[in-house]
Structure formats: structure tokens, C-alpha cells
Design a protein around this ligand. Sequence first.
Ligand code: AMP
Ligand code: FE
Ligand code: FE
Ligand code: ZN
Length: 282
Amino acid sequence: MRDKFKEFRADIHCHTTCSDGSDTPLELLRLAQRSDLQGLSITDHDTFDAYTPEFFKEAAALGIAILSGVEISSELDDTSVHILGYGYDLHHAGLKQFLALMQEKRKMRNRAILKKLAEHKMPITEEELQNFANWRTIGRPHIAQLMVQKGYVSTLRDAFEKYLREGALCFASGLRFHPKEVIEIIHQAKGKAILAHPHFIQKGAFLRKLLDLPFDGIECYYSVLDKALEIPWLKLAKERGWIPTGGSDYHGAIKPHISLGCSWVSEHIFNLLKGHGSSSSV
Ligand code: AMP
Ligand code: FE
Ligand code: FE
Ligand code: ZN
């Protein structure tokens, strides 16, 4: 039973087998309990498939509070930007349609990557990729794992560094929704739009342009990064009246150095993202 004196901690950035994580949503709930978390938000890439009635039932049985979440891919000036959506309505038809369209765009983008890999004598068929990734949001991490499995590269890191990272030999862009469109659809679904891991965005004109968009918050606490790196983002959140969020970006086996709960938010932030309370007291 939950100890009422225990500090409330919620990991609100993690991935499951619905996208590129290796734990199923139910496995992640049990891991959250073992990790002493009281709250959780699963933020799979471009899907909220994890949020089934069975998932909510298990969360209730384990006493873990749930916040709806998703991490949506967008592109600005040919650069990928991840936007987290929280507290949105899981039944919103517009958001569902938007995510279905993202899945279609992903299929076309993945096809373009496979074509380039074949041109570089590293063939992977669409069928192989589909079977490997099962029913998940399929993306570069799955392609990278297949490249290792087939012996084309020795590590996932090599797959990304040599071939799949932005600008590399076999990269193809194609998830071309503008961040503004993504923020808009999250807002239409009554959710909060948060700029994910800004720590990785190059400072300068691009970042300034991005920060002009109507976000509700920014991910200040992130994964296993040095604590000092949080400071500028916390300051920015305060200046803008934005919600400072955080989470581990747990993926399980593909990022084994990241454990669930290594970064987290308080009950206050968790509730703000749920749409309860005002951000003036953050
Ligand atoms: P996609 O959504 O298909 O463009 O793939 C992006 C995902 O790939 C990110 O969310 C990460 O999970 C993963 N990723 C990106 N860069 C790397 C890397 N260097 N090593 C391992 N995984 C990576
Ligand atoms: Fe990922
Ligand atoms: Fe991300
Ligand atoms: Zn993530």
C-alpha cells in the first residue's frame, strides 16, 4: 500500500512496445511500482495505443496515478523537434486522426530509409521491418536494431552515427508537421504542449524561433543529464510562466543506461499537466 508520507514522484517521459521501448505498458506499470513511483505518463512516439482499459485497470490496482501523454515528432527548418502532449482527451477524434496520419507519414519515411540502405548494400525488406517491430510505431530505432541483427553494423550507436542520424548517409526526413500544427492539435484535444529535451537543441536563431511558439511548458529535468544543465531551462520556464516538466525518457533495452524514475516531477506539476490548478505558483 502507498505510504502517504512518501514523496510523490512521477516519471512522465517513457516509451513502451507501442513505440520504441522494450517493456509493454503493463510491464512498465509494474516497473513503476518497483521503482517507488506514484505517478506515470507514457509518452510513446506518435501514438497513445498504450492507454487501453486494461492499462488503466492495472494502474488503479497498483495505485499509480496516470496522466495521458504522447511524444509527437515535428520538423522545423529540416530539423526534428519533439513535442510532448499531456493531459489531453484520449477520445479526441482530431488528435486520433492526426496520429493516424503521422503513422502513414512514418511508413513513407521508413520506406525511403530502406531504399537508401538497399542502395548501400544493406537490404532490409518492409516485411522484415514490419514483423520485427510487430504492432508498434515503427522508426529508426527498429531499423537500427535490424541492422545490428543482420551484421551490417556492430552497435546501435554505429547504425545511427554512420547511417541514420539527421544528415547521415541513409537518413530520410518526412515527418513534416510544423511544431505549430502539433501544438495546435494538442491544444484542440485540451492538452498541454511541452518542448521536449531542449538541451539537445543548438542555441541561436533556430532555438529562438522555436521558443516563440505557444508552448505551455518545457522539459527542464531530463534523463541522466548533469543537474547544472537544468538551470537555464528552469529560468526560462519561470520567465515565461511555462510549466517546468521532466522525465527519464526510459526506453528499456535500447537505452540500457537510463532507468525509469531517474528524472521525475512533483505532484504539483503532475496535477498542472492534468489541467488542475494554476501555474502561477510554480
Ligand atoms: P524516429 O522517430 O524514427 O525518427 O527515431 C527517433 C528515435 O530514435 C529517438 O526518439 C530515439 O529513441 C532514437 N535515437 C535517436 N538517436 C539515437 C542514437 N544515436 N542512438 C540510439 N537511439 C537513437
Ligand atoms: Fe525514442
Ligand atoms: Fe524525444
Ligand atoms: Zn522520448
